[in-house]
Design a binder for this molecule. Structure first.
Ligand code: PRP
Length: 179
């Protein structure tokens, strides 16, 4: 796989930072400080988005982390999802926002929304930095979307290829075999 270069940048760090700032403002508007707000980051990919999102917010909030994995490795997902790390605390009566890096087929998010809804949060919303609607296999609600993108394989800003590139500040396109 060739290294991502400047010419493969899909979203620059500046574009991402501006959009994350807007999303943080939307969340603060929708959840005034008097309301509890609990962000659930989906590892591993969501960690960079979460870190930037919360640093753009001044209201009190709490965080928790969960990890899921699909059984497939590489550029396609098998559709099967397994819970690798569960949350530390319960969600009953809380305003919960799932924080994801990308929604592709929607299978992961659909699974997460189902298991978290069963824990009786007061509200359950989702923020995703990236959405690829053309790949959707299941219709999942996403309340806050950073960018809607075409069906390209992307890395950086938390997203990996075989665990690499998560640290890139930009979102870059990685050519697949067909490209
Ligand atoms: C990615 C991403 C989502 C999921 C989206 O996770 O973080 O959780 O895939 O795909 P889907 O909509 O087709 O279900 P990945 O399995 O690559 O794990 P990672 O976050 O640890 O990299």
């Amino acid at each position: 796989m060739p290294e991502p270069t400047a010419s493969t940048i899909l979203l620059t760090a500046d574009q991402i930072q501006r959009r994350v700032h807007e999303l943080a403002a939307e969340l603060e508007r929708d959840f005034p400080s008097a309301l509890d707000l609990h962000l659930v980051c989906v590892l591993k990919g969501g960690f960079v988005f979460l870190a930037d999102l919360v640093r753009n917010m001044t209201r009190p909030l709490s965080l928790d982390f969960m990890a899921v994995a699909s059984y497939a490795k590489g550029t396609t997902s098998s559709g099967e999802v397994r819970l690798v790390k569960d949350l530390d605390s319960g969600l009953e009566g809380r305003n919960v926002v799932i924080v994801e890096d990308i929604v592709d087929t929607g299978l992961t998010l659909n699974y997460l929304q189902e298991i978290l809804r069963a824990r009786s949060p007061r509200t359950l919303r989702t923020a995703a930095l990236l959405s690829k609607p053309s790949r959707r296999l299941v219709n999942v609600p996403i309340d806050y979307v950073g960018f809607t993108i075409e069906d390209r394989f992307v890395v950086g800003y938390g997203l990996d290829y075989a665990e690499r590139y998560r640290n890139l500040p930009d979102v870059c396109v990685v050519p697949t075999a067909e490209e």
